[in-house]
Design a protein around this ligand. Structure first.
Ligand SMILES: *[C@@H]1O[C@H](CO)[C@@H](O)[C@H](O)[C@H]1NC(C)=O
Ligand SMILES: *[C@@H]1O[C@H](CO)[C@@H](O)[C@H](O)[C@H]1NC(C)=O
Ligand SMILES: *[C@@H]1O[C@H](CO)[C@@H](O)[C@H](O)[C@H]1NC(C)=O
Ligand SMILES: *[C@@H]1O[C@H](CO)[C@@H](O)[C@H](O)[C@H]1NC(C)=O
Ligand SMILES: *[C@@H]1O[C@H](CO)[C@@H](O)[C@H](O)[C@H]1NC(C)=O
Ligand SMILES: *[C@@H]1O[C@H](CO)[C@@H](O)[C@H](O)[C@H]1NC(C)=O
Ligand SMILES: *[C@@H]1O[C@H](CO)[C@@H](O)[C@H](O)[C@H]1NC(C)=O
Ligand SMILES: *[C@@H]1O[C@H](CO)[C@@H](O)[C@H](O)[C@H]1NC(C)=O
Ligand SMILES: *[C@@H]1O[C@H](CO)[C@@H](O)[C@H](O)[C@H]1NC(C)=O
Length: 768
């Protein structure tokens, strides 16, 4: 079943259009007191090439709905640069940097630490949710609460919203954005059916779901029936009853690519449930019949009909497919359960919950890593959180979906640590367009797992503004996610094995380096052959980056993860397309099973957004990645922070039977001179130098294209415009190679030249 992993996608440049949430505008602006803004107007070379139209300005989108007056900080021992001239602290949202790929929040660099206490719930009881008047005492998946909505947003929460929106700056801003988004969708024609090859109609389904959520939300907040009419037009169109054709009438929602069915089922479920009181009996029966015919019926078939393969994701699929499919079917089923005379919804609820527990919930490794990729985490956790939340509100229990995997709660840390100052450590495939897929599962998990830092982190993110947040967010929360958060974290499950190290959680210019080992198989065929791959951020830009997905529609892109798979013939998936060591110009072994070692000074950030990193603060991570190579008796790689986290050392200990190449992909303009390379990007500079290498080792560069000796892929690679490969080409043999990265900080940093210490001897003090 060659298409089983084909997760939709046509616009392969989506991460090349500034990231999933970057429509280039600067969000809403409300009057109020803004934090001091840093003007960052640098333009990456890549952005200039990829999206010349993007307006690179800082969003001055600071909502300051609440201005809390506090006494001047009296703490003189604080290491922060506290703004003692101000006795007014604006409790508001932070602006986002539109020139970072994920539009990262810009935290103030001058601050009173009193505003940033430890993460805590119930700090402001007046903003807590009221208790649920219908909280079921005997949860049963087939016994529903008596009032509607059933899904995610129960009536008592809607009643509390006006007060919360008036008093909480986040909810205030999110509400405004949802209204604005709903208005822009209102003026568009209903989503036009577009079959995108093997990727199906997933984009269509997600877009319909996104719109339905916004229309339904705004109707309930205004009672203006124009939103109901608009939602109805969208539903009718997706049912094939609009003015444009919508798929074959036997299978409009494309069960061959079941994610599409699931997302449409969720959309119809939400519309039915949230607008239940306003639909006419005729509309209700039409929604139910369409949902059963094209959604839940095919769902039962996927589960029970052994002669079809549409339900392949039910078995051994610890990944986003299982979460999204079960979630959509569950939401649709809960929405119509009491009105469904066919028994379809009831039958499905008996299937989806247990299945998601043994598959979806297991997609998180025991270290918290999402087994697919950092980007697929969004799809998987959105499905998981929507399903668990819907079950909780509709029936009173999540039936174990949240705790059958006792390590699931760590996945919020996975997301935080894999988010660097400019964007994700985005190894492997990036996935299709996200539409209503967000990181807002963080806000749900915060409450479910009593991890307030998850919500405090996510609430400042660009994608927080959508309807789920309005019901998942607990506005009684306070504090700063960074307060007490360790700068480093190591993820040790053998499947993943990766390290995250940084110099600050709140400085967009911070140094961040993340490197991975892990296995090259077992990631739902979304990974690359990339043991040893790394990304490096500093000075507000990404110096070493990943290329991301290749074209999902390319032949055999998802065929399998065996050594000879065509997938590994595409440059962006090959070892040479990664930031690691290549031996014999060949791919790594798919059966790699590296080992890792690491240590950290354990440095945590305090309340202040300004962290003065102690001189003994460091971290290192090493991997024996010999098993990833066919012609190398030994191959070890290590990465460590030097000099109060101002410099990075990458060290390779090589014993290779074949030629060796050290490779790193960068958007920078590179100038090489023997053992040094100067990288220029976004008005900043990174100096890179080779230390302790075999005689004659020097930097060179090339375009990010395949070796001309490579096997030809089924279709040509996509170009990688603006990307340069920084390389060191070396002969077979046994030697060490050290590469030192010195970001050119503007603060008078004096660089150190590290001693040469074997990786096995690395310790926290080995380079002091
Ligand atoms: C929603 O509105 C915000 C604020 O205008 C905008 O930045 C964002 O791109 C919109 N999202 C979508 C999906 O239209
Ligand atoms: C939500 O936002 C809309 C649009 O800005 C605004 O008209 C409405 O008053 C807000 N809702 C509440 C309860 O404040
Ligand atoms: C909408 O109608 C409901 C039910 O009549 C009412 O409780 C609510 O206050 C109304 N909301 C608005 C914004 O008019
Ligand atoms: C669409 O039309 C078909 C055929 O008349 C009907 O069975 C179905 O209920 C309609 N669905 C919607 C949502 O209009
Ligand atoms: C199973 O699917 C096949 C192919 O769609 C169909 O012909 C058959 O009727 C289905 N079987 C059942 C029991 O629904
Ligand atoms: C599921 O995975 C287990 C463990 O790897 C294996 O034993 C089993 O055969 C797999 N089942 C199917 C249907 O692939
Ligand atoms: C180049 O920049 C884009 C956009 O920020 C980013 O997605 C990509 O990872 C970068 N590529 C490299 C090789 O750094
Ligand atoms: C893996 O995919 C390739 C095509 O990319 C195919 O030739 C090969 O037979 C497949 N192997 C298995 C085990 O499915
Ligand atoms: C590395 O550690 C080993 C064993 O502890 C020791 O014998 C050796 O001298 C060390 N080498 C260096 C260069 O520090």
């Amino acid at each position: 079943m060659a298409s089983q992993y084909n997760y939709s996608h046509s616009g392969q440049q989506e991460y090349g259009s500034g990231g999933p949430y970057s429509n280039g505008d600067s969000a809403f602006i409300q009057p109020g007191q803004a934090w001091p803004q840093r003007q960052k107007k640098r333009t990456s070379k890549w952005i200039k090439i990829g999206i010349p139209a993007l307006v690179l300005i800082i969003a001055a989108a600071v909502v300051v709905a609440v201005v809390v007056t506090r006494k001047k900080s009296t703490s003189s021992s604080s290491s922060s640069a506290s703004d003692s001239s101000s006795n007014q602290i604006a409790a508001g949202r932070f602006a986002t940097a539109t020139n970072s790929e994920f539009m990262m929040p810009i935290y103030p660099s001058s601050t009173n630490t009193a505003a940033f206490g430890s993460p805590t719930f119930a700090s402001n009881a007046a903003l807590a949710w009221p208790s649920d008047p219908f909280a079921p005492t005997a949860p049963n998946v087939l016994t529903l609460r008596p009032d509607r909505p059933l899904l995610i947003a129960p009536a008592y929460k809607w009643q509390a919203l006006p007060n919360l929106i008036a008093n909480d700056p986040y909810m205030n801003g999110w509400n405004a954005t949802i209204f604005m988004n709903a208005s822009s969708y209102y003026d568009l024609p209903p989503v036009v059916y577009h079959m995108d090859g093997d990727s199906g109609i997933l984009d269509n389904a997600r877009e319909v779901k996104m719109r339905i959520k916004a229309f339904s939300y705004v109707y309930r907040m205004t009672n203006d029936t124009k939103w109901v009419d608009r939602a109805w037009a969208e539903l009718q169109n997706a049912a094939g009853n609009g003015s444009t054709p919508f798929g074959p009438d036997v299978d409009r929602w494309n069960s061959a690519h079941f994610l599409d069915v699931a997302e449409f089922s969720a959309a119809f479920g939400i519309a039915y449930d949230w607008l239940y009181d306003i639909w006419t009996p005729d509309q209700k029966s039409k929604i139910v019949s369409t949902l059963i015919e094209y959604g839940l019926g095919p769902g039962v078939q996927a589960y029970t009909n052994t002669s079809i393969y549409t339900g392949w994701w039910r078995t051994n699929t610890t990944g986003n497919w299982n979460c999204v499919c079960n979630s959509g079917l569950t939401m649709g089923s809960l929405a119509i359960l009491n009105d469904d005379t066919t028994g379809t919804a009831k039958q499905l609820l008996g299937l989806t919950v247990d299945n998601a527990k043994s598959n979806c919930a297991m997609a998180v490794s025991d270290d918290g890593t999402w087994a697919e990729t950092a980007n697929y985490w969004y799809f998987g956790t959105t499905g998981h959180a929507e399903m668990a939340s819907s079950l909780l509100t509709a029936t009173g229990s999540h039936y174990g979906l949240l705790d059958t995997n006792t390590n699931f709660q760590k996945t919020g840390d996975f997301h935080m640590y894999i988010t660097g100052p400019t964007s994700l450590f985005n190894y492997g495939d990036h996935g299709p367009n996200k539409f209503s897929t967000t990181a807002n599962s963080m806000i749900f998990y915060a409450e479910q797992y009593s991890q307030p830092d998850y919500a405090l982190f996510q609430r400042d993110q660009r994608d927080a503004a959508e309807p789920w947040s309005m019901f998942w967010y607990d506005a009684s929360i306070a504090g700063a996610f960074w307060n007490g958060k360790a700068l480093d974290h190591f993820f040790d499950n053998g499947l993943d094995q990766w390290a995250s190290m940084r110099s600050s959680w709140t400085d967009n210019d911070a140094l961040y380096v993340a490197m991975k080992a892990g296995m090259n198989q077992g990631h739902q065929t979304h990974n690359d052959l990339d043991v040893g791959d790394f990304v490096l951020d500093a000075l507000g830009t990404r110096w070493a980056g990943d290329l991301g997905s290749a074209d999902y529609l390319s032949p055999n892109y998802f065929s399998n993860d065996t050594q000879t798979s065509d997938r590994w013939k595409y440059y962006r998936k090959m070892t040479e397309g990664q930031n690691t060591i290549v031996v014999d110009q060949a791919n790594q072994n798919v059966a790699a099973a590296p080992t890792v070692k690491h240590d950290s000074s354990g440095t945590t950030q305090g309340a202040s957004t300004v962290l003065n990193v102690p001189s003994d603060s460091t971290a290192f991570w090493t991997t024996d990645m010999t098993s990833a190579y066919f012609n190398a008796p030994s191959m070890k790689r290590g990465v460590r922070l030097l000099n109060s986290r101002k410099q990075v050392l990458i060290q390779d200990e090589i014993n290779s039977g074949g030629t060796v190449q050290w490779r790193m992909h960068t958007n920078a303009t590179v100038t090489t001179s023997g053992t040094t390379a100067s990288l220029a990007l976004d008005g900043q500079t990174m100096e890179v130098s080779i230390l302790n290498a075999p005689a004659g080792a020097q930097f060179s560069t090339s375009d990010a294209v395949r070796f001309n000796t490579d096997v030809v892929p089924p279709v040509p690679d996509q170009p990688n415009p603006g990307v340069t490969v920084l390389m060191i080409s070396l002969p077979a043999g046994q030697y060490n190679l050290q590469v030192l990265f010195n970001p050119q900080w503007q603060d008078g940093t004096k660089f150190v030249t590290p001693p040469s210490v074997p990786l096995d001897n690395w310790s926290l003090t080995s380079h002091s």
